[in-house]
Design a protein around this ligand. Structure first.
Ligand SMILES: [Zn+2]
Length: 141
């Protein structure tokens, strides 16, 4: 790989989740203040001198997070008990991962694909921090 530019956009949000089948405390419904980092890389700059416009990525991906994940409960489509409980709570915002647990790994993959779709450029990497000491990455790791 040759020399290249890389930019990083950071976004934060709060979500609830639980990990179905986990043999530890992650099976309990709980929440995190997540931090997402999105890297975009390029060997060349556009006419303005950017890899990408930070504001454009922030608006598009940040807007998507605000709409789908922030102050929402992230849940596996297999977690019927949790889905039924959330359906009974007025005002619940629910984001369903059809066939996967809402782990930081799965969230990183989802955000990678979303950023690619919304920005028209695949990130070089997406990192999702679940706590100040733990993260998962998806991309050219
Ligand atoms: Zn958790």
């Amino acid at each position: 790989m040759g020399d290249r530019y890389q930019v990083r956009i950071e976004l934060s949000f709060a979500s609830g989740h639980r990990l179905l089948g986990h043999q530890g405390k992650c099976v309990h419904p709980h929440g995190h203040t997540y931090r997402a980092e999105i890297w975009m890389a390029s060997e060349a700059l556009n006419s303005i001198g950017f890899v990408v416009d930070f504001t454009d990525v922030k608006d598009k991906v940040g807007g998507w997070i605000d709409e789908h994940w922030d102050h929402a409960f992230l849940v596996s489509g297999r977690d019927e008990e949790m889905l039924a409980a959330l359906r009974g709570v007025e005002g619940s915002r629910v984001f369903v991962f059809p066939d996967a647990n809402p782990s930081a790994e799965v969230m990183a993959r989802e955000l990678y694909r979303t950023a690619e779709e919304l920005c028209g450029v695949a990130p070089s990497m997406v990192r999702v921090w679940e706590s100040p000491s733990q993260y998962a990455e998806y991309g050219a790791v």
